[in-house]
Design a protein around this ligand. Structure first.
Ligand code: HEM
Length: 139
């Protein structure tokens, strides 16, 4: 199965348990990294959860569209500087996302699902970090 299929499959499993998957994600993120919680103040928690979920689904929709991914993730990385997000936080978010999907998928989750998410999160975060670095170099 492709990374994209593995990711979609685990999202479907997780969504059976929790329609807005990322609600559980924020609980795990704030439990593991309480220092990021104060950054999330602008929007209601449910709206934030939906925005992240939509962004991930949009990225999966454009999985093979490198120009779209580069410009969209680059813009997200730039914007996130204003939210107080630092580079080191990207792995924290990736780790919490993987933990959330593993938990909600239950026994159906396999090392292949984990590898697909880690690989893809690394790629998406890399594009966002490149956007942030470019914005810092050229504010
Ligand atoms: C590639 C990874 C990420 C994606 C796709 C993503 C996606 C989004 C989206 C779509 C929004 C909605 C507003 C906007 O478009 O700017 C948002 C807001 C936000 N994100 Fe992310 N994000 C990512 C990484 C992170 C990381 C690593 C953090 C660090 C904790 C973070 C913290 C936030 C905060 C604080 C907001 C503003 C929330 C508010 O308005 O209260 N994001 N993100």
């Amino acid at each position: 199965m492709s990374d994209k299929d593995l990711m979609m499959e685990s999202i479907t499993w997780a969504a059976e348990k929790e329609p807005v998957i990322t609600r559980r994600f924020y609980e795990i993120l704030f439990e593991r990294y309480p220092q990021v919680a104060p950054l999330f103040s602008r929007n209601a928690r449910v709206d934030q959860a939906r925005m992240l979920q939509d962004a991930i689904l949009a990225a999966l929709d454009h999985f093979d569209d490198a120009p779209w991914l580069t410009s969209t993730l680059g813009a997200i990385g730039r914007k996130h500087i204003e939210y107080g997000v630092t580079d080191e936080m990207y792995p924290w978010v990736g780790e919490s996302l993987v933990a959330t999907l593993a938990e909600l998928s239950g026994p159906r989750w396999t090392p292949a699902h984990e590898a697909a998410w880690i690989r893809t999160w690394g790629a998406l975060a890399g594009l966002a970090l490149a956007g942030a670095a470019a914005a810092r170099a050229n504010p």
